[in-house]
Design a protein around this ligand. Structure first.
Ligand code: UGA
Length: 458
């Protein structure tokens, strides 16, 4: 069976490479010809651990090919995954332009019985509309070619995409007929440990499963960020609160880390799309998701205010040197979409601060976004970034930051503020080294301790 994957972004490329790794013939298609040129030359256009190696291996073994040519690809494939981007429109709802365009191309050019699988994140009801859309195209072509539409949302995370795809915790299939169900079950069988991971349901439920999962994760994070704000206001420590909550098996321990807020291409986009779906379907706003979104936006604003109020006592932040550690929206990716760092960079430049930026992989993408200017210095490592800095802002919890020699970092700095947007470090050891440490949701008594510590070190 030859598999066609339409859309060679994160989801499409990882999915294609993993199917190829299991021995299938896979054609990855993208309308972006530059991207296809890069891929054919063996270059993956984004950073994802292990992906380039997997792509190379499967290209060499002639199981994975890349093209922009729908006609050629559809002549060979009988199973087609659509994995194109579904970004936000200005009102937050899902922009399906790429999806409809891909589906129309398939409808115009398919010649044989086809199973079409929606991998893209799509609003509830899209599969049903897509079926009608495709049927209309085939009717116009006077073709009776049979087809089946399946909803098969993707749950992989950036940064651990290969692991998540090779060892998924569940496979969701929104499917209406036995034939496509059998084909997809066969395809996914080698990826799962047991049958309980294969979840068969109607397409609308499958579509909502994806949004519901991402919205639940986002809700947990915003909830914890609100608890963290309470800790800061009333003298508490979010680490203790999290530990206590996570001992309750009904709550569990994941997605309870307070921080500077969630970013990326998925959680922010999907809660907005779900909000739009609720408003449209139920004719009322989603009070819950509105709050989740607002708290997340507030979180980066509050972080900036914390930095500004620290410097207000020191004559203002203008002309101060601020090191930023971590620019990608989370570790192990160079993705900057909705990254809190971009907001902080803009705000601090507006305040006339000098910025020393460091990220293990995202610097080239940041450089491409920002004009070259005197008040930004792109640095080689965390030590370089800390040179002469008045404060360090840690915005992404890259593992390498845990390994830095913090004594050395402090010696390199001009002033010793450390704003930890991901709670990577703990107050007491940081205060002992002589930092004026500010985590997220750490009580005011701890701040006083760190200020005392600063006095004793200066
Ligand atoms: C998310 C989901 O986790 C995947 O299951 C889903 O497939 C994907 O969206 C998608 O829809 O394609 P991803 O965007 O890669 O994956 O990132 P996550 O690892 O979920 O992290 C999202 C954001 O939440 C990051 O900014 C992270 O720093 C933040 N976060 C996460 C917290 O602030 N606290 C936490 O406790 C956990």
């Amino acid at each position: 069976m030859i598999i066609l994957i339409v859309g060679s972004g994160y989801v499409g490329l990882v999915t294609g490479a993993c199917f190829a790794e299991k021995g299938h013939q896979v054609i990855c298609l993208d309308i972006d010809q530059e991207k296809i040129k890069l891929l054919n030359a063996g270059n993956v256009p984004f950073y994802e651990p292990g992906l380039e190696e997997l792509v190379h291996k499967n290209m060499e073994q002639k199981r994975l090919t890349f093209t922009s040519n729908y006609e050629e690809a559809l002549a060979k494939a009988s199973l087609c995954f659509i994995a194109v981007a579904t970004p936000s429109l200005s009102d937050g709802s899902c922009d399906l332009t790429y999806y409809w365009s891909a589906l129309s191309q398939i409808g115009q050019l398919m010649h044989q019985e086809m199973v079409i699988v929606n991998k893209s994140t799509l609003p509830m009801g899209t599969s049903k509309q897509a079926k009608n859309h495709l049927q209309l195209i085939l009717n116009k072509r006077k073709k009776k070619t049979p087809f089946h539409l399946v909803s098969n949302p993707e749950f992989l995370r950036e940064g651990s995409a290969i692991q998540d795809s090779m060892y998924p915790d569940r496979i969701v299939l929104g499917v209406e007929h036995a034939h496509p169900e059998k084909i997809l079950k066969g395809l996914y069988l080698p990826f799962i440990k047991d049958g309980s991971q294969m979840l068969i349901m109607d397409p609308a439920s499958a579509e909502l499963s994806k949004y519901a999962a991402n919205a639940m994760l986002a809700t947990r994070v915003s909830f914890m960020n609100e608890m963290a704000a309470l800790c800061e206001a009333n003298g508490g420590n979010i680490h203790h609160v999290k530990t206590s909550m996570s001992k309750d098996p009904r709550i569990g321990k994941f997605y309870l880390d307070a921080g500077i807020g969630f970013g990326g291409s998925c959680l922010p986009k999907d809660i907005r799309a779900l909000k739009a779906m609720i408003a449209q379907s139920l004719d009322r706003p989603s009070l819950l998701l509105e709050a989740v979104d607002q708290i997340n936006i507030q979180q980066r604003h509050d972080f900036k205010e914390k930095v500004l109020s620290y410097f207000a006592k020191k004559g203002g932040i203008a002309q101060k040197t601020i090191a930023i550690w971590g620019l990608s929206f989370k570790p192990n990716t160079d993705d900057l979409r909705e990254a809190p760092s971009l907001y902080l960079i803009e705000q601090l430049l507006n305040q006339k601060a000098f910025l020393r930026l460091y990220d293990p992989v995202a610097l080239p993408k940041v450089k491409a976004l920002l004009p070259s200017q005197d008040d930004i210095c792109f640095c080689q490592d965390p030590y370089d970034a800390a040179q002469g800095a008045d404060a360090i802002l840690l915005l992404t919890e890259w593992a390498e930051f845990r390994e830095v020699n913090l004594d050395k970092i402090r010696q390199l700095m001009h002033d010793f503020a450390f704003f930890d947007g991901r709670n990577l470090f703990r107050n007491d050891p940081m205060a002992e080294i002589g930092f004026n440490y500010f985590g997220i949701g750490i009580n005011s008594q701890d701040h006083e301790l760190s200020e005392m510590s600063e006095a004793s070190h200066s």
